[in-house]
Write a protein that binds this ligand. Structure first.
Ligand code: HEC
Length: 153
């Protein structure tokens, strides 16, 4: 896995998703390297290595995903969205991956009082995976985030 060695500047679009820069460990992440590897194994096929998504397959998480943390119901949505809820990971690994994902792909929208996901919380949410209602719920939440003035700065 050659890309695993690429140090890469975090946040540069041309750079593949990498683990945290040396010395930085995001809240709720024990092992950024493991989180990133889990991302490459199970998520980037749809969301792409840099989280920008692919038309018709998966939305962009880059610059967007943390907005869900800012609206009521958003946290639940994130834990129940099918790609997350039905992923093959243990609750602990999934929590780590999620916490890493916000930090890696949308640090700018992370709320200042962000509380990292825990294994317990995800274990609870993922027992109720969303199905067809996911896209409707997604649109409503994003609209709420926009009207609450959560914009990129
Ligand atoms: C088969 C393609 C696919 C895979 C694999 C996949 N996703 Fe997704 N993901 C989607 C789609 C499509 C949506 C939009 C909601 C929906 O309709 O399910 C989504 C939505 C999301 C969201 C909610 C944010 C938003 O903008 O709606 C998060 C967070 C997310 N995915 C993370 C992950 C993670 C983490 C993994 C790996 C464990 C993963 N996804 C794997 C297709 C995928």
């Amino acid at each position: 896995m050659a890309a695993a060695q690429a140090p890469g500047a975090v946040g540069t679009p041309a750079t593949p998703a990498t683990a945290a820069a040396p010395g930085t460990v995001p809240a709720g992440v024990q092992n950024p390297q493991r989180a990133w590897q889990n991302w490459t194994l199970n998520c980037q096929g749809c969301h792409r290595p840099d989280g920008t998504g692919s038309d018709g397959t998966a939305p962009s998480l880059a610059g967007t995903v943390s907005k869900f943390l800012t609206v009521p119901g958003g946290r639940e949505y994130l834990g129940r969205v099918p790609g997350v809820a039905t992923s093959p990971f243990s609750n602990a690994d999934l929590a780590e991956l999620m916490n890493w994902m916000f930090w890696r792909f949308d640090k700018e929208h992370m709320p200042a009082d962000f509380v990292p996901f825990t294994a317990e919380e995800l274990g609870r949410l993922r027992t109720q995976p969303l199905r067809l209602e996911a896209s409707q719920m997604r649109a409503a939440l994003l609209q709420k985030a926009e009207s609450a003035g959560v914009v990129a700065e």
